[in-house]
Design a protein around this ligand. Structure first.
Ligand SMILES: Nc1nc2c(c(=O)[nH]1)N[C@H]1C(S)=C(S)[C@@H](COP(=O)(O)O)O[C@H]1N2
Ligand SMILES: [Mo]
Length: 531
């Protein structure tokens, strides 16, 4: 059989092609699993499926043979199976395209099935295996095509050489080019798959392991709890709930990837203008005893009527007690808090040490440890100051210093070094621009004036007189209050405006201001269509 030896050689390269395509499949799937759905790793899902379907005696055999390495043995076994199956797919693609692609698609369908039938699956979990299949199929197609042209030129060369030596050109050239083109793509695809796959899996596992540490963590019960008074929350459709569920809580930070910190290794350093530098562990913090605090957080980037505000029940310790351990030197007027990712915030020292203010280091949020995106394991929460000057997440250091000496992340970027929250009010329902049916409907929303408290909220319709509304019983002066009024909505277009008065008797600022440099102001006016 002519070309048999070289044919065998190409079979080997086709097998390698298959393995590389399989690696591309898995690497792309791992990358998109990291982005869209952490549990959508094809290998792990298939592994989980195997564990689920393997009969009990076989499981016992595996455990008795491999002991605690049973899972690793399973993964190694799966890995070998993947290598062999993809090598076969590569050879199939060489011998009869598109059989190799079909084999990859079958693998894609099976792993998608394994993924979407797992417990706790998310809606986008099908994407990683599907995109992986597409990438793997493209690579196997391209590589095998290049392998074909290499082989064609190699065969030509042999035939030519056998026929006669009277060809003027150098016949080795096209063979060399074909070979180079194949190996170039194979090397790039193989190396990228290795780097992307290993890096994605490593990141997913780092996140996953801290997430599992977090979900296993049981915080001690609070020494003191917050009593939510009767009448603190109205039941009105479209009105923000009194406490914002963690999954709906706005998130603002500069972190490209969420820092993952094991509380075991977390340390807080308190240094700068202090009597003694102090280092605290997570346990040291818990040992101080935790208390509940209901505090509404607001972002400086919140526009009038915006959504960058949320209320939570925090669990934490007073910052003044933490700072006392280090002893603040006289002359200091600021604490520069630093996150593990380098972010810094400048908080006036007095906002952290005043007895009347509940500035805290928080470890819990709405009954659970802080979610990773909200600063796990420890963050600051300071009532009355915008988040960017006070609410440092993934906290690592408190440096006692002065405004003259130190500058925070946002200060050279167009935001004030000090930024008390401008108290504000918002309409939640009816929604701006929304069409509502004529009749008696509630107009309802929230208002906040952290550390001072809301005295009253007023609404004006179609530029008419300001009318008082019904307010919920506030939990404290640090949380927002809900408010509502009944309105006889008549057909047509109406303006609804809202404003608040704080407990100092100050009226919410009417003049509009942009968010930079120290927060927006203005009365919210919404246009409402009644039909
Ligand atoms: N480490 C770190 N902490 C941070 C920020 C940040 O960018 N990095 N942003 C701050 C800002 S601007 C706000 S408004 C709050 C938002 O907290 P949240 O994401 O938990 O709602 O976090 C603050 N803490
Ligand atoms: Mo913010």
């Amino acid at each position: 059989m002519p070309g048999c030896r070289s044919g065998r050689r190409f079979i080997a390269w086709a097998a390698l092609t298959g393995v590389i395509s399989g690696a591309v499949f898995l690497a792309v799937a791992e990358l998109f699993a990291l982005i869209f759905a952490r549990t959508a790793s094809p290998i792990l899902a298939v592994g989980g499926f195997v564990i689920d379907i393997v009969p009990q005696p076989f499981k016992e055999f595996a455990i008795s043979t491999f002991g605690e390495y049973d899972k690793i043995a399973l993964l190694v076994g799966l890995g070998l199976a993947v290598v062999i199956a993809s090598a076969i797919a590569g050879v199939l693609q060489l011998v009869r395209a598109p059989l190799g692609v079909i084999a990859l698609v079958v693998a894609g369908v099976l792993s998608t099935a394994a993924i979407v039938t797992r417990a706790g699956v998310t809606p986008l979990a099908f994407l990683p295996p599907v995109l992986g299949t597409v990438a793997g199929s493209v690579i196997v197609t391209l590589l095998i095509r290049r392998l074909h042209s290499w082989r064609a030129s190699a065969l030509e060369t042999r035939t030519d050489a056998a026929a006669a030596a009277d060809l003027p050109e150098n016949p080795a050239a096209p063979t060399g080019i074909g070979r180079r083109r194949f190996f170039a793509l194979a090397a790039i695809a193989g190396a990228s798959a290795l780097v992307v796959g290993v890096a994605s899996r490593a990141v997913t596992m780092a996140v996953g392991s801290v997430e599992s540490i977090r979900s296993a963590l049981r915080l001690p019960s609070p020494k003191t709890t917050v009593t939510v008074p009767e009448g603190a929350e109205f039941d009105i459709e479209g009105l923000s709930s009194l406490f914002t569920p963690n999954k709906d809580f706005y998130r603002v930070d500069t972190a490209l990837t969420v820092p993952t910190i094991d509380p075991e290794t977390w340390r807080l350093v308190i240094d700068g203008m202090v009597d003694q530098r102090v280092e605290m562990s997570f346990q040291d913090l818990l040992d101080m005893g935790l208390d509940e605090y209901a505090i509404t957080l607001t972002c400086v980037s919140n526009e009038v009527g915006g959504e960058l505000v949320g209320n939570a029940m925090w669990l934490g310790v007073p910052l003044r007690d933490v700072l006392k351990k280090a002893g603040v030197k006289s002359g200091a007027d600021m604490v520069l808090s630093r996150s593990v990712d380098g972010y810094t915030a400048s908080t006036p020292l007095s906002a952290l040490t005043d007895d009347g203010l509940d500035a805290i280091l928080a470890v819990g949020m709405n009954g659970e440890p802080l979610p990773l995106e909200h600063g796990f394991p420890v963050r600051m929460v300071v009532p009355g100051l915008y988040g960017y000057v006070s609410a440092t997440k993934w906290l690592a250091e408190l440096k006692v210093t002065t405004f003259a000496e130190d500058e925070a992340y946002w200060t050279p970027r167009g935001y004030s070094a000090e930024a008390p929250i401008k108290f504000s009010s918002r309409v939640d329902t009816p929604k701006l621009g929304a069409a509502v049916d004529a009749g008696r409907i509630p107009i309802a929303g929230v208002a906040w004036a952290q550390s001072v408290g809301i005295e009253r909220v007023e609404v004006s319709i179609d530029n008419g007189e300001w009318m008082p509304v019904t307010m919920s019983t506030p939990i404290n002066d640090d949380t927002w209050v809900q408010w509502y009024m009944e309105w006889d909505a008549t057909p047509g277009t109406h303006y609804v405006a809202v404003r608040a008065v704080n407990k100092k008797g100050e009226l919410q600022i009417e003049e509009r201001a942009p968010i930079a440099p120290d927060g927006s102001s203005g009365w919210q006016r919404s246009l409402i269509r009644v039909t």
